[in-house]
Design a protein around this ligand. Structure first.
Ligand code: CP
Length: 319
């Protein structure tokens, strides 16, 4: 595997989940693979889990991580071709990507959607520029439209915590949030869930007007009644996103969409999942996130093994 930009870059999501669970039993067994190799982690946005788990994954594989926060530390990068650079931006991504490729064997990037210009966000301006101008593999640590490391960690967590049942009912539920959030987590979760079509009945529930990009959700069951969606569910995955249709707008803050004990009661004793960070008592009630059915901490732990199995595949291809 050269780059990891989306779930579809994995040869097989189900095989990768099995490999990650196997790797987790002895995470230091491939230390030789990353010896004398460096990964550069470039952050254009904040992070807790991605920043620490990707470094941990690299260290487990014997790699040296270097972290750079572009917002606070780097020169402001220009991404548009042909620009007369006489304003605030000091360096073009053309040089920056080639320079960083000389220092790093893999480049990992976090660059969220701006949520102002749909076309620009969908073009994945930052990620695509690094893919184009860097000469080393690129790892997506959450881009404008996808968070594939998170979705792989989610798949590993579901595999570890699922009830023994032929077909799971997996529900992605929108929840309220005071701020406009990107669609990346929802998109990648949908991509992952739809890749499990033989194993998951995949339902998405949200208020009208919050439909995700239909190209990402083709094949999912859409249910506008949240309680009906929750009935008999085995997995409740909650996440806020802003409107896709009325791009980047917060059209609804309806607190009746908060996931609480009453809604969880109609499920099949479902596990509760969220990628974190989460706003308690806005997205989910304390009584749910603190319950025995909440697997959010195990889910965050799997971010390490998700990143590690992906980095292992990249290192295998380099050697
Ligand atoms: N879930 C996730 O990506 O967390 P961070 O934003 O803290 O990295």
């Amino acid at each position: 595997m050269k780059h990891y930009l989306a779930i579809k870059d994995l040869p097989s999501i189900k095989a990768t989940v099995s490999e990650a669970i196997e790797l987790k039993k002895n995470p230091l067994q491939y230390q030789h693979l990353g010896k004398n190799k460096t990964i550069g982690l470039l952050f254009f946005n904040n992070s807790l889990r991605t920043r620490l788990s990707t470094q941990k994954a690299a260290l487990n594989l014997g790699m040296e991580p270097i972290v750079m926060n572009f917002g606070a530390e780097g020169w402001q990068l220009e991404f548009e071709d042909g620009r007369i650079m006489d304003q605030g931006k000091s360096e073009h991504v053309k040089e920056a990507a080639q320079v960083i490729s000389q220092y790093c064997d893999v480049i990992a990037i976090r660059a969220f959607a701006g949520l102002e210009d749909k076309q620009k966000d969908e073009a994945e301006q930052v990620l695509s520029a690094f893919v184009k101008h860097a000469s080393v593999p690129i790892l997506n640590m959450e881009s404008s439209v996808g968070h594939p490391l998170q979705a792989l960690a989610d798949a590993i967590t579901i595999e570890e915590h699922k009830p023994s049942k032929e077909k799971l009912k997996v529900v992605l539920s929108w929840a309220p949030h005071p701020r406009a959030l990107p669609h990346a987590v929802g998109n990648s979760f949908a991509e992952m869930a739809l890749a499990h079509e033989d194993d998951f009945e995949f339902v998405i529930t949200h208020p009208k007007g919050y439909e995700l990009d239909p190209k990402k959700t083709k094949g999912a069951i859409l249910e506008y009644d949240q309680k009906r969606a929750f009935e008999g569910a085995d997995i409740i995955y909650t996440k806020n996103w802003s409107s896709y249709k009325d791009y980047g707008k917060v059209a609804c803050k309806d607190s009746s969409w908060t996931v609480d004990k009453e809604k969880m009661a109609v499920t099949n004793d479902a596990k509760f999942m969220h990628c974190l960070p989460v706003r308690r008592n806005v997205v989910v009630a304390d009584e749910v996130i603190d319950s025995e059915n909440s697997i959010v901490i195990a889910q965050a732990n799997n971010r390490t093994y998700s990143a590690q199995i992906v980095l292992k595949k990249i290192l295998d291809a380099l050697s």
